[in-house]
Write a protein of this length. Structure first.
Length: 411
């Protein structure tokens, strides 16, 4: 895939490269919003889970419930987004979500009661959804400014989640204290990272919205023209829902699996750091695929690769296998998310982009609600490795469903 995706860059003249750079820089700055929404507010919990589980006496099902609560809030935020978008601009929703998430992350460091933490994770999920969906709409608008770089722009935005993973892989081990509730300090560090990222991302969102104000106004004025027919892309929606169930099982429990296998804290930190770096790099790797595939084929390919990456550490306990799994998973999973925005951009009119992205986000959230508790329940009874096997099977089923989705432009 990478030789195809590199063609545009290798054939561009210095003048063309200079024209591309402002767009790609904006996409990279905007991507710090996805770093907040997923990398810090969602995935950093995997690093906190072993310490919190031990300190608070949780089972794996209870530990998984924390990410389920976050996904429930994410679902509520996704369901509310179309209505909120009629009242406020996507830029305002993006900025509000970033600010709220930073404050809520700090709040997690003040609590040690399971029920209070669950409630806070629900609210954090809702604010994260506001960031992620509005950022996706802004990234799609930015991609339209340079159609030849559309896949790269979308990949940069979603791949920005990797910056959050990298930041958390450094901050969490440094700030967890070996004492009662010693994990609380890590939440404060993550909140500070959210605040720094938010300052950059909100500035980028404002610039993109001002640049594309006329397009946004046109989309609103034509918003009632034609209904969005969900059954036409139900295969892609179901394939993405299974992606949500399968990938979150890996992201929630992979650190616990590696620690249970006897790997040191340094090895686990290196694994998570590699996963984050691979996520950032994924924007370049899959940009050509996102540009060329207009149906569900891109999601199918990515789901299949994720199934392989998830199965590897479940079957083999060597450190090098874990690193190979992390690199493949990191280089793939956020591109699966980007593929749905690319699908919306390829197949739906501009006026339906917010609804289309919200639809995919809703099924994604449903999958993430089911995933952590279901995989946690399996892991409590049969072990973490068995839980990841089930995650891999669900991802493979999602690949088959997505492969059957045709481009709507061909109907």
């Amino acid at each position: 895939m990478s030789p195809i995706s590199l063609d545009t860059a290798s054939n561009s003249t210095p003048a063309e490269a200079a024209q591309r750079m402002p767009t790609l820089t904006l996409a990279a700055a905007l991507s710090l919003g996805s770093a907040i929404a997923l990398g810090l507010a969602r995935f950093a919990y995997a690093l906190l889970l072993p310490s919190m589980k031990l300190d608070l006496g949780w089972s794996f099902a209870q530990a998984g419930a924390m990410n389920t609560a976050n996904a429930l809030g994410y679902l509520l935020g996704a369901l509310a987004f179309p209505r909120l978008a009629r009242r406020w601009s996507v830029g305002a929703l993006f900025g509000g979500g970033c600010a709220a998430t930073a404050l809520l992350m700090a709040g997690s460091g003040l609590l040690a009661d399971t029920h209070s933490l669950l409630a806070l994770r629900v609210i954090t999920g809702a604010s994260s959804a506001a960031i992620f969906i509005s950022g996706g709409v802004l990234a799609a608008r930015l991609a339209s400014a340079r159609p030849h770089d559309a896949g790269l722009v979308l990949g940069l935005y979603y791949g920005g989640t990797g910056w959050g993973i990298v930041a958390s892989s450094v901050l969490v081990p440094l700030t967890i204290v070996n004492a009662a509730h010693g994990w609380q300090f890590a939440w404060f560090a993550l909140a500070a990272a959210c605040a720094v990222f938010a300052a950059v991302a909100i500035g980028a969102a404002r610039r993109i919205e001002s640049m594309h104000a006329s397009a946004a106004s046109s989309a609103r004025s034509h918003g009632a023209a034609g209904a969005l027919h969900w059954p036409r892309f139900s295969a892609a929606l179901m394939g993405y829902g299974l992606f949500g169930v399968g990938y979150i099982g890996y992201m929630t429990f992979i650190v616990a699996l590696l620690r249970n296998a006897g790997m040191s804290a340094a090895v686990v930190t290196g694994f998570y750091l590699l996963l984050g770096v691979a996520t950032v790099v994924s924007a370049r790797v899959w940009s050509g695929l996102l540009d060329r595939m207009r149906g569900g084929q891109a999601l199918a390919v990515l789901n299949a690769l994720l199934a392989v990456a998830t199965l590897l550490p479940a079957l083999f306990t060597q450190a090098w296998v874990a690193f190979a799994s992390g690199m493949l998973f990191g280089a793939t999973f956020l591109s699966a998310v980007a593929s749905t925005t690319a699908f919306v951009r390829h197949n739906l009119p501009l006026s339906h982009w917010p609804k289309g992205i919200s639809a995919f986000t809703i099924v994604f959230a449903f999958g993430q609600i089911v995933g952590p508790m279901a995989i946690g329940w399996v892991s409590d009874g049969a072990g973490l490795a068995r839980g990841l096997v089930y995650s891999a099977l669900l991802l493979a089923a999602g690949a088959l469903l997505a492969a059957s989705q045709k481009s709507l432009r061909n109907e």
